[in-house]
Design a protein around this ligand. Structure first.
Ligand SMILES: Cc1cc2nc3c(=O)[nH]c(=O)nc-3n(C[C@H](O)[C@H](O)[C@H](O)COP(=O)(O)O)c2cc1C
Length: 412
């Protein structure tokens, strides 16, 4: 199929579309045609073929089995677990073991690991692989949280390429046939970029792919991701796939990112919060179709109940439903009457509470087009990145920073 702009594709597409479907394509994506036949290859992460070339970003507190299952039901691709700390895994911490688990229906099983010490990383990987608990490992080197970077962990690690290399090596050498990828940010801030070094380290140490969240640690989640930098990384890392991450809010964004940067796949974070059907849209556009009109509120309420039900099964009803409260605010973002409904939803303690709250809403409400690009999951704002005293004066050190640089509750 010859790629056509989105507008032309509406007129010629065989699948009947509601007339207002273009209201859900933002101005920047109006002229973006769905993928042409053969335009993009499946992403190959080592032996794992991934089609469409789409990865659910690891998100702490979110990408547990229930959310992965929900997203997977809508689409296809690779669905990464939330971050698991190597040391806690080695110590067989009960909560960590629970979070690191997969359901038998999950294939491939993709786990994100965080560690700052090659010894613990090696032990954790050897155990995960030896027990046949994973099919893919991603390693997090992008955490911008102050209490982690000020001890030399998270996004501070790539500023010391030899330390980064030693941690990655420990993972790859213990992973056997299980492919390992690494995920990192642009750098500490505008003045201290680290992503090109990190990409080269990943490639040299035998990673199967690298992923760039195209923001610095100083930027946190603020402003726009710098897609040009993803293109730069793609030029520098030529032997393994390069994944781009940052600001995929609509399916058209993924196509634009891949066409603009030449990257091999996309990693989708906040765009799917409260919108797991984004993975259906992504599967559609990569297979040459227009995305469908987003669900109306009634269907969204059913998806919410399913999501909360899966969380209740996985974590127990009380904990599962309470952890759903923040998700409920994302599902209802932008809907008229949202604030009142949201205040009820943020107090639910049981599936019954949730059902009762949702029953008060109008099932016919269409999805608000302005909610397509509304930010979710993290507050705006930047930071001055805290690093250990003298950290940048000894960038060739490979000394592990110690256990205080690991905070299991933080993310990337
Ligand atoms: C709530 C939340 C938790 C996150 N936790 C992690 C994490 O544990 N590991 C990680 O590598 N990145 C984490 N991230 C970062 C995302 O994986 C992703 O890099 C980031 O959100 C940028 O992509 P986006 O613009 O599509 O959201 C987290 C992001 C959010 C919003």
């Amino acid at each position: 199929m010859t790629p056509q702009p989105m507008q032309a594709a509406v007129a010629t597409e065989a699948v009947p579309l509601e007339p207002d479907s273009l209201a859900y394509v933002s101005a920047q994506n109006r002229d973006v045609p769905p993928a042409g036949a053969g335009e993009f290859a499946p992403l190959a992460i080592g032996p794992l073929p991934v089609w469409p070339p789409v990865v659910l970003a690891p998100m702490a507190g979110i990408t547990n089995y229930p959310f992965r299952a929900l997203c997977r039901d809508f689409g296809a691709g690779l669905y990464v677990s939330e971050m698991i700390t190597a040391r806690a895994l080695v110590e067989r911490n009960a909560k960590t073991l629970k979070l690191s688990g997969f359901n038998p229906d999950e294939k491939p099983r993709s786990l994100q690991l965080y560690g700052t010490d090659p010894h613990y990383v090696g032990e954790a990987v050897a155990w995960l692989v030896g027990e046949n608990r994973v099919d893919h490992l991603d390693m997090n080197f992008g955490c911008p949280v102050r209490k982690v970077t000020r001890k030399g962990g998270g996004a501070a690690i790539p500023a010391r390429p030899r330390l980064l290399a030693s941690i990655v090596r420990a993972a790859v050498q213990n992973a056997g046939d299980v492919p390992v990828s690494i995920k990192f940010r642009l750098g500490i801030d505008d003045d201290i970029p680290t992503f090109l070094d990190a990409g080269r380290v990943g490639q040299e140490e035998g990673c199967a792919a690298v992923a760039l969240h195209a923001r610095s640690a100083a930027q946190l989640y603020d402003g726009e991701a710098d897609w040009d930098a993803i293109g730069e990384l793609k030029q520098a890392v030529t032997r393994i796939p390069v994944l781009g991450n940052g600001d995929i809010w609509e399916a058209g964004d993924a196509l634009r990112m891949m066409r603009h940067t030449g990257c091999d796949g996309v990693v989708v974070g906040r765009g799917c919060l409260g919108r797991p059907w984004l993975f259906r849209d992504l599967a559609d556009v990569f297979d040459g179709r227009m995305p469908q009109v987003p669900p109306r509120f009634g269907e969204i309420a059913d998806i919410m109940l399913r999501h909360a039900g899966l969380l209740a099964d996985w974590f127990g009803e009380r904990h599962g439903v309470r952890s759903f409260r923040k998700q409920a605010t994302w599902y209802t973002k932008g809907f008229p009457g949202g604030p009142e409904l949201r205040s009820r939803l943020t107090q639910v303690n049981s599936l019954g509470d949730l059902e009762a709250a949702l029953a008060t809403a109008d099932r016919d409400l269409p999805f608000p087009p302005e909610a397509m690009r509304m930010k979710r999951g993290k507050k705006a704002g930047r930071q001055r990145v805290a690093l250990p005293e003298g950290y940048l004066e000894d960038r060739w050190s490979d000394a592990p920073p110690g256990p205080e640089a690991e905070d299991p509750s933080s993310g990337g």
